[in-house]
Design a binder for this molecule. Structure first.
Ligand code: GUE
Length: 293
């Protein structure tokens, strides 16, 4: 059994990106600029956005954090998105989710110019990704692909079971794993809350990707001997012993599942750090006009 070290892989890729950005700057090219919009003050969102801004600083990117009060109207937020769309210096825009209930996230995602949609959430990018055309691929699924590639994990012909059909992880993950690409060519089963006999279905997986958002839901009975298990879950659970008052839990009950696996990602330091790296990579692609000319 091998534990996939997402943090170490992320750090290595970050070094490569920083090197490339230094070269771009030295030759007078465009410094990548990522803009993050944060509405309200959700504790977890604060941490994630702070991590993104910090990564920009480490890699030599410019970054702008636009914070808005939770009372901002949908129309006002859409106008703010438009301002970023119209600003040629700004290469990438992410609007941190979740948004307050009175704002429709789909409307906001659709308002972001596809060429600045480094989250890969715009219908154009999802459609282009599904067709195998150049597109921004959403950061978490891209991070999972990069981890599988880094560890030379064979995917072709394997049965991949994805648990969870979210627009930002489960659904794109299932599309990516079946594509005719180096990491791909899986037979994919996308499971969700209405799936019958979920433990039995999961137990047929060569590659099991857990992205349902329920802490420690995937126990040993869901896992086949020798499977590759990728844990995308990240839930804050109250833990009064911890200084922060919470512990981070994945969707997989690590201690009982790990002994059965060939490879497994931990939480934290698994998929999470790769998500941020993917976002940085997409922002660099945007600054280079590599996806949209
Ligand atoms: N528009 C938008 N784009 C996103 O990409 C997006 C989002 N909204 N909303 C929330 C999710 C969540 N997400 C994470 C990013 C980094 C870590 C990460 O760095 N995790 C560290 C630990 C972080 C910690 O200590 O809390 C780890 O797993 O080791 C986790 C989760 C991006 N998201």
């Amino acid at each position: 059994m091998q534990i996939i070290d997402g943090k170490a892989v992320a750090d290595e890729i970050k070094k490569e990106i920083a090197q490339e950005v230094a070269e771009i700057k030295a030759s007078g090219g465009k410094t990548p600029h990522l803009v993050a919009i944060l509405v309200g003050n959700n504790g977890a969102s604060e941490t994630y956005v702070a991590n993104k801004v910090k990564s920009c600083q480490e890699l030599g990117f410019n970054s702008t954090l636009l914070r808005f009060d939770p009372s901002i109207t949908e129309a006002e937020l859409l106008a703010e998105v438009q301002k970023v769309n119209d600003n040629d210096d700004m290469d990438g825009l992410i609007v941190q989710l979740p948004l307050p209930d009175h704002i429709n996230p789909d409307k906001v995602m659709e308002a972001i110019a596809p060429k600045k949609d480094v989250d890969g959430f715009h219908p154009i990018n999802i459609g282009r990704m599904a067709k195998g055309l150049p597109a921004y691929i959403s950061a978490t699924p891209q991070g999972v692909l990069d981890l599988l590639a880094y560890y030379n994990i064979e995917t072709s012909g394997k049965h991949c079971v994805v648990v969870g059909r979210s627009q930002i992880v489960g659904l794109p993950m299932s599309i990516l794993m079946q594509r005719n690409t180096k990491i791909g060519n899986c037979t994919v089963t996308l499971t969700h809350s209405k799936t019958k006999d979920l433990p039995a279905v999961c137990a047929t997986a060569d590659i099991l990707i857990a992205a349902l958002g329920r802490p420690e839901f995937i126990t040993a009975e869901y896992v086949k001997e020798g499977a590759v298990v990728i844990d995308v879950g990240l839930t804050r659970v109250v833990d009064t012993i911890k200084k922060s008052g919470f512990a981070l839990k994945g969707d997989v009950k690590f201690d009982e599942v790990a002994p059965k696996c060939s490879y497994i990602t931990p939480v934290p330091k698994g998929v999470g750090p790769m998500t941020i790296v993917s976002l940085m990579k997409n922002t660099l692609l945007s600054a280079k006009n590599a996806i949209y000319q």
